[in-house]
Design a binder for this molecule. Structure first.
Ligand code: C2E
Ligand code: MG
Ligand code: MG
Ligand code: MG
Length: 283
């Protein structure tokens, strides 16, 4: 009987594994097709200055609008795109979209607006600076320095390779700013922040969520450290007036979160750019 149940559980797991592998293969095939068939869409979320209350920047956040499954979150498909290398063409497509969108919004609404673009470590490892197509698009636009910020994670800097170092250095020289995303969740070192010319720290949502608890001390320390190094601070995931109030007290520079707006498609986010500033949500 024991032997029997062992066999059964083996068969159960092997079936589950088999299904998982097939689901993964199917998704990889679909991901390729999604790129060919233009199923991706870039949503935008405002980043708001706590000093002026104005939208200073938008973060580009990709969505996969699957024809039958609906909207698929980047947390699901970006890791798969990274494993298969598809993140390179997908990432270039996203950045190209975001740059063109910024160019349009600058002409139409606000010549000072800026754009933040998430870059996967895989993108910075697998392409030479001169071959990155969105960099070429950016250079044709001729924006001034600081128009584009790339968001990278701490892990990239920890064991950075020669090519990553070179790419980050070239981007800095090209006037692209660098933000550390989800700051505080990985391995950080003050030395990296200097070495790689980091411009902004984005405080991870988990600390903002816990601002009434231990998050308060962490946010205090991060903001003080960032400012002493001359870096700007953006708090992610700000959902309540109370969190906003505490962040103002701590001297945080920018906030981003559902309190102001969720990430939205172009047509909807534009409504926030059209509004005269005094009509904006009172941030
Ligand atoms: P991230 O770059 O840290 O983006 C912030 C995430 O927090 C976004 O999730 C955003 O929708 C969510 N968020 C913003 N404000 C709030 C809030 O007030 N409350 C809550 N609960 N969540 C909030 P999203 O759009 O699902 O993206 C998840 C992650 O996927 C991103 O985290 C980023 O790491 C990755 N990602 C998204 N777009 C891209 C992309 O174009 N390229 C790459 N390489 N990665 C991307
Ligand atoms: Mg980000
Ligand atoms: Mg983040
Ligand atoms: Mg994140």
């Amino acid at each position: 009987a024991v032997k029997n149940s062992g066999r059964k559980s083996f068969r159960y797991y092997s079936r589950a594994l088999h299904d998982a592998i097939h689901a993964r293969l199917r998704m990889i095939r679909n991901l390729r097709k999604a790129l060919e068939e233009n199923q991706f869409e870039v949503y935008y979320q405002p980043i708001v200055s706590l000093k002026t209350g104005h939208i200073t920047r938008m973060e580009a956040l990709v969505r996969w609008i699957h024809p039958t499954q609906g909207i698929i979150s980047p947390d699901i498909f970006i890791p798969l795109a990274e494993d298969t290398g598809l993140i390179v063409p997908i990432g270039n497509w996203i950045a190209n979209q975001a740059i063109k969108q910024l160019s349009y919004w600058r002409k139409k609404y606000n010549p000072e607006l800026k754009m933040a673009i998430n870059l996967s470590p895989v993108q910075l490892r697998s392409q030479e600076f001169d071959d990155i197509s969105w960099i070429q698009t950016l250079q044709r636009e001729g924006f001034h320095s600081g128009a584009i910020t790339i968001e990278i994670t701490e892990g990239l800097l920890l064991n950075s390779e020669t090519r990553v170092n070179h790419n980050l250095k070239m981007m800095h020289q090209a006037g692209i700013q660098i933000a550390i995303d989800d700051f505080g969740t990985g391995y950080s070192s003050l030395a990296y922040l200097r070495k790689f010319n980091i411009d902004f720290l984005k405080i991870d949502r988990s600390f903002v969520e816990d601002l009434q608890g231990v998050g308060y001390e962490l946010c205090t320390a991060i903001i003080a450290m960032a400012h002493s190094l001359g870096l700007g601070v953006i708090a992610e995931g700000v959902e309540t007036e109370e969190q906003k109030k505490l962040l103002i007290e701590l001297g945080c520079d920018y906030i981003q979160g559902y309190l102001y707006s969720k990430p939205l498609p172009v047509a909807e986010i534009e409504k926030l750019l059209i509004l005269p500033m005094h009509d904006n949500h009172s941030v």
